[in-house]
Ligand binder design. Structure first.
Ligand code: NAD
Ligand code: UDP
Length: 330
């Protein structure tokens, strides 16, 4: 299955590159499309599986004619039979608006999706990566959040379908490792933003940028003093690759995110400054169970993956604003 391309130079044989066959579930989404692009560009064969619940062909349009990229419309809550070397399991809506729209399907996607992808990994012997989330910490009482913190999650609230679904997926990953000796990689992703977020995604960065570019009021939920730590997508994808390529004794969970913490009001002000918008800030009710603060402790990522983000909020927002301008101008 793994093809070795060897370069013969002046009598030396160098193992230059192994073309791997890699499955990316949720590959037509925001993060998945960036990951597919990176993996294809690095000389791999990528199978992108997506049911287009929140993803779109537009995100992967640049890959559709590439012979090393294959798109499959498939729902991960159903079994999948393909031959692969590695699996990145990203399928799951990530915006609270979208994951709360059909909460039963959200839990099924996380739990049945994990079972199906872990079964596939068991049969093929593939290494398998799980896109988990800072939401496993819920509304944290420990700050910043270290991987050893077990979290403060409401099991019956509107966010539970996502939080508990992702927690159960982590359980399944570690049980498959213990019980079936699977080679697993679990990362806990903190708020990530960048080009290809859906303009109507409902998450804070896309909402604020679209509102600013349209000259509309910026909707601050609650008093705007709740915090988030925002990571630019390119930094995150680098972390994914390092995690998948790390030594086999590294399974995680490992936090991936940018530790620079901002209040939501500060984020709104930064976006107003960078867009030059005249938007006013208006307050709307804080959604139930909305975490008050969130900041990753990335000590383990630094130590085990030699990874830390390099793109600050202003630079990342500038690139993201440029991307969103097309949706307003057209
Ligand atoms: P996204 O909504 O843009 O992408 C999710 C993709 O999964 C979409 O293409 C969607 O169509 C697909 N999908 C959903 N249900 C599916 C199913 N049943 N079968 C097949 N495909 C399905 O979100 P994203 O921001 O790209 O998030 C990707 C992953 O990263 C998710 O698992 C999410 O939980 C995780 N994550 C993201 C963030 C973030 O800040 N972006 C933070 C924490 C965790
Ligand atoms: N938020 C906001 N206005 C918006 C969208 C979100 O004030 O238009 C707030 C939301 O209440 C939360 C934070 O921004 O406190 C981040 O929300 P998001 O939906 O992006 O992700 P979360 O981290 O809550 O999953």
């Amino acid at each position: 299955m793994v093809l070795c391309h060897r370069l013969i130079t002046s009598g030396q044989t160098t193992n230059m590159h192994k073309r791997k066959r890699i499955l990316v579930t949720g590959g037509a989404g925001f993060l998945g499309s960036h990951l597919c692009e990176r993996l294809v560009n690095e000389g791999n064969d990528v199978i992108c599986v997506d049911n287009f619940y929140t993803g779109s062909k537009d995100n992967i349009i640049g890959l559709l004619n590439n012979p090393h990229f294959e798109l499959m419309r498939h729902d991960v809550t159903f079994p999948l039979y393909v031959e692969v070397d590695e699996i990145y399991n990203l399928a799951c809506p990530a915006s609270p608006v979208h994951y709360q729209y059909d909460p039963v399907q959200t839990t099924k996607t996380s739990v049945h999706g994990a079972i199906n992808m872990l079964g596939l990994a068991k049969r093929t012997g593939a290494k398998i990566f799980q896109a988990s989330t800072s939401e496993v910490y819920g509304d944290p009482v420990v700050h910043p959040q270290h991987e050893s913190y077990n979290g403060n999650v409401n099991p019956i609230g509107p966010r539970s379908c996502y939080d508990e679904g992702k927690r159960c997926a982590e359980t399944l990953f570690f049980d498959y490792k213990r019980q079936h000796n699977l080679n697993i990689r679990v990362v806990r992703i903190f708020n990530t933003y960048g080009p290809r977020m859906h303009p109507n995604d409902g998450r804070v960065v896309s909402n604020f940028i679209m509102q600013a570019l349209r000259g509309e009021a910026i909707t601050i939920y609650g008093d705007g003093q709740q915090t988030r730590s925002f990571c630019y997508v390119d930094d995150l994808i680098e972390g994914f690759i390092r995690m998948m390529d790390a030594n086999d004794d590294i399974s995680g969970p490992i936090n991936l995110g940018n530790p620079s913490e901002f209040t939501i009001k500060q984020l709104a002000e930064a976006i107003i400054n960078l867009t030059g918008a005249k938007s006013e800030l208006i307050k709307q009710p804080l959604p139930e169970d909305d975490p008050l603060k969130r900041q990753p402790d990335i000590t383990i990522a630094k130590q085990q993956l030699d990874w830390q983000p390099s793109i600050d909020l202003e630079a990342g927002l500038t690139k993201t604003i440029d991307y969103f301008r097309a949706f307003v101008d057209s």
